[in-house]
Design a protein around this ligand. Structure first.
Ligand code: ATP
Length: 227
């Protein structure tokens, strides 16, 4: 299997405080790699370095053979790498209804006409299991699970090849959590997207990941295959 992402000797310090050091791992096409670590271990920092939200102190991030460690190159790769955050309520613009939230990246990254846009949004809404009525609501009028579905539809609109999912279900109750995890697996089966799934919940990771990387003392202590 070809690697979508390779992280090589990644380190990141904040104010001379080294948070992660010499991190190495790869993710194949269609693979879910879990990143496990306790609170404050630096999981989100790894995800932010990959998605360009933080600049690595040193090391390389190779996406489909191209080094995207410097900010100039990453702008040409985005939107192929997307990130889902932990707090659904802060993931969307509170002043945008569902339709606009999903349409916004399509308007930026494609030149679709109005009817093409509506058709595409209809397909995405069906893929993530929402109903048209949800599109006419603001985030404050949607549940956490419905917001994460809108977030997924928004992200999928630009056909990402890698999604960094940072505790995407930890704020949801157990039954909704299971629905979103199933949805993410269905999306992977249908699109071949790869995930870096960040969590402090080892049971969730064992359920959804092909392999799990354990972050300890700022570095990857080991990577295990999940049977
Ligand atoms: N921009 C920043 N400036 C300074 N310190 C930061 C910054 N971002 C993160 N940190 C620190 O880096 C450490 C790792 O944070 P990070 O959010 O990556 O951990 P985490 O494993 O994702 O934690 P959690 O599971 O609680 O979300 C923490 O001590 C945090 O305070």
């Amino acid at each position: 299997m070809s690697h979508v992402l390779s992280v090589k000797s990644l380190s990141k310090s904040f104010d001379s405080n080294e948070i992660i050091k010499d991190i190495n791992f790869s993710i194949s096409k269609g693979e879910t790699l879990g990143l496990f670590g306790k609170s404050g271990s630096g999981k989100t920092t790894v995800g932010k370095c990959i998605t360009g939200l933080e600049k690595p102190s040193s090391g390389n991030i190779i996406f489909k053979g191209k080094d995207i460690s410097d900010r100039k190159t990453i702008s040409t790769i985005l939107p192929k790498i997307q990130m889902i955050f932990q707090h659904p309520e802060t993931s969307l613009n509170p002043r945008m209804k569902g339709f606009e939230s999903i349409a916004e990246p399509l308007r930026i990254h494609s030149s679709m006409r109005k009817n093409e846009l509506s058709e595409k949004i209809g397909e995405l809404v069906e893929l993530v299991g929402l109903h048209m009525e949800h599109l006419h609501r603001y985030p404050s009028q949607l549940s956490g699970g419905e917001i994460q579905r809108i977030v997924l539809a928004r992200i999928l609109s630009v056909k990402p090849e890698l999604i960094v999912a940072d505790e995407p279900t930890s704020m949801l109750d157990v039954s909704v959590q299971a629905q979103i995890l199933r949805l993410m697996q269905k999306i992977q089966d249908e699109t071949g997207v790869s995930y870096l799934f960040v969590s402090h919940d080892i049971e969730v990771l064992r359920h959804v990941c092909h392999r799990i990387a354990y972050l300890e003392n700022g570095t990857i202590a080991r990577i295990e295959k999940v049977n």
